[in-house]
Design a protein around this ligand. Structure first.
Ligand SMILES: [Zn+2]
Length: 357
């Protein structure tokens, strides 16, 4: 019987394999196709319109958003009215229908961009941009005629307006890993899978530039062409400079040396805060703006995420933030050439593609 059974089993297995394998192939094929054609909510100039806010809409959105913020700030015993009388603007809203706020001070040619709270779970950076905006509104003399300051105080509002603030946006993407840097496709997902062991808060997205929070920052950089950028995070406790220029001071051009000096002058005005040469990541702002576009980009890492430390940090870093605005630096014409508009490149590629088909 055994002799008979064994061949029968083999025949059965063979038969089932024969029958099942096309099905299994079909299932595998289907899942691959599903992944390949996943309904990507990648944002391109055409779909960007879904996140656009008209001027009429933005005024009412900003008002109710500021009221929500005030409630949230109360939880942390921060200021009662974070938005104050600042002339906030918003051209985009997030998935969670929160406006992406920014304010512009001055009309000069030398431009400083301040970005805050891209990672709202870090807490302490959240009030810093709002405070600086209110401070500049109350002290307009701080902005010289040749200067302009653009402040985006809460780059990731969806990550803040939840019960427990989170690093990612409403779609679970880290907006500081989602910039379209040259190494994104080669390194971003593999970096996340290997080094971060798929740690969800660091997910860079399925594609670069897939998130409105990233597009918002790219737009600010494209539209205003800042000469320098200051971005506020926590809790690493240092100032980090990301390009232009490599680490060896003897190979730096004069402009690069002056750009690097930005971190030093901010430190000097902030009780000699530690400066560290920290690495940048695929898809990060430092990589995108500092390294690739040669816009001097300094990250201010506050020391802790302790919400009670905000008054102390404000005292310590206000002079440094004002120094960042005041430090005279203009991008050279040569550097400007590298600051191409992302979308114009994108359109060009699109057009070229159409020519060939
Ligand atoms: Zn951060």
């Amino acid at each position: 019987m055994n002799c008979i059974r064994k061949p029968l089993r083999i025949i059965c297995w063979g038969f089932s394999l024969l029958v099942l394998s096309p099905f299994q192939d079909a299932i595998a094929h289907e899942s691959i196709m599903k992944r390949a054609f996943i309904k990507s909510s990648s944002i391109n100039p055409e779909s960007e319109i879904a996140f656009k806010l008209s001027q009429d809409e933005s005024a009412s959105h900003i008002k109710s958003f500021c009221a929500q913020l005030a409630t949230k700030f109360k939880q942390y015993q921060w200021e009662q009215d974070p938005c104050g009388q600042v002339n906030w603007q918003a051209s985009f809203q997030t998935m969670g229908k929160n406006p992406l706020l920014y304010a512009v001070f001055g009309t000069g040619e030398e431009k400083t961009l301040l970005l805050s709270a891209v990672h709202p779970d870090e807490l302490t950076p959240v009030p810093m941009g709002f405070r600086l905006a209110q401070h500049l509104r109350k002290n307009p003399q701080l902005i010289k005629p040749d200067q302009q300051v653009i402040i985006a105080p809460l780059v990731n509002p969806d990550g803040f307006l939840v019960a427990k603030p989170q690093r990612t946006n409403a779609r679970g993407v880290d907006p500081n890993r989602n910039f379209f840097t040259l190494d994104w496709y080669e390194k971003s997902l593999s970096w996340w899978e290997n080094l971060r062991k798929r740690s969800l808060p660091y997910f860079p997205g399925h594609f670069p530039n897939s998130e409105i929070e990233t597009i918002f920052q790219v737009r600010l950089i494209d539209d205003f062409q800042p000469d320098k950028i200051l971005s506020i995070h926590a809790p690493l406790g240092f100032l980090d400079y990301d390009g232009p220029g490599d680490q060896k001071s003897n190979t730096l051009s004069q402009t690069e040396s002056r750009a690097r000096e930005l971190a030093r002058v901010i430190s000097k005005k902030s009780n000699n805060y530690r400066i560290v040469d920290y690495s940048f990541y695929p898809g990060s702002l430092g990589n995108f703006a500092g390294n690739e576009r040669h816009i001097p980009t300094v990250t201010l890492e506050l020391r802790t995420t302790d919400s009670k430390k905000v008054p102390e940090y404000w005292e310590q870093f206000l002079p440094g933030m004002l120094q960042a605005i005041d430090y005279p630096f203009r991008k050279e014409a040569e550097i400007n050439k590298n600051t191409q508009k992302f979308y114009s490149q994108y359109d060009e590629l699109n057009l070229r593609g159409k020519d060939h088909t």
